[in-house]
Design a protein. Structure first.
Length: 255
């Protein structure tokens, strides 16, 4: 990019402000829509725990406003999930001016795949990891020790796990983007596969309940996604001649 084509820093800040406002509005609309179904949403969220609890056991709330604020947080979480396509689209459009023409053509597929991988990770945690993890925790109950999980504590734990699984499942897209930008190569990914596998088990130990089964249930999908990333990196890695063919990134036009 030539010196005269450079955009002032204040213009970047203004662009960022506009896109953040769009994201906040999308989350707000999602929150309002979700709040009308707050009880049903919380019932769905707690279903994996309820299924492994003993008959007659239930969740509790330990102070008067806890249930109200828990429903607010559930609605906000659902609002963020509903607004995820908009948020991802705004992010990619913000970085689009710095990309080559050829790279801009894949923005919409990237937004779609980002949403798909995030939701896929969250659903994997919900359907496969939650039942095993919660069963492990409830296994410490005895004749004299009764589990009484509160609404607030359950929401905090489940939200962190859903977010963690959603984020780590974005790994293939991140690695493919890095390969496209020339930051990593296919050979680099292959050479460091053993370190990546070790890292996956460490991440599984940190993000999942402390039992071997759930740690493996997170590490194994990450290993498969890593192999998928290598295939994707081989396909999308920048060829030496492409930089000259695409030309320099187009400057962002002022409105």
């Amino acid at each position: 990019m030539h010196e005269e084509d450079k955009i002032p820093f204040t213009a970047h800040l203004e662009e960022l402000r506009k896109r953040l406002i769009v994201c906040f509005i999308a989350v707000g609309i999602g929150f309002v829509a979700a709040y009308g179904f707050k009880e049903k949403l919380f019932q769905v969220l707690t279903a994996p725990l309820i299924r492994v609890m003993k008959s007659g056991d239930t969740l509790i709330f330990t102070n008067l406003p806890e249930a109200f604020f828990t429903y607010l947080k559930v609605s906000f979480l659902a609002g963020v999930m509903l607004a995820a396509p908009v948020i991802l689209y705004q992010f990619w459009m913000f970085v689009a001016p710095g990309l080559y023409k050829r790279e801009r053509r894949v923005l919409l597929p990237i937004v779609f795949l980002s949403t798909l991988f995030f939701l896929g990770g969250a659903l994997f945690g919900y359907f496969f990891v939650f039942p095993w993890g919660f069963k492990f925790f409830l296994g410490f109950a005895t004749e004299h020790i009764r589990p009484l999980p509160s609404m607030r504590e359950y929401l905090s734990l489940s939200a962190k796990l859903l977010l963690a699984f959603g984020i780590v499942f974005e790994m293939p897209l991140v690695l493919m983007a890095m390969a496209r930008l020339g930051i990593v190569s296919v050979d680099f990914l292959k050479k460091n596969r053993k370190y990546a596998i070790l890292l996956f088990f460490i991440v599984g130990a940190i993000l999942t309940p402390p039992d071997v089964v759930t740690q493996i249930m997170m590490a194994v999908p990450l290993m498969l996604l890593y192999e998928f990333s290598i295939i994707g990196a081989r396909i999308f890695a920048r060829k030496p001649a492409e930089s000259d063919a695409d030309g320099a990134p187009e400057p962002q036009k002022k409105e």
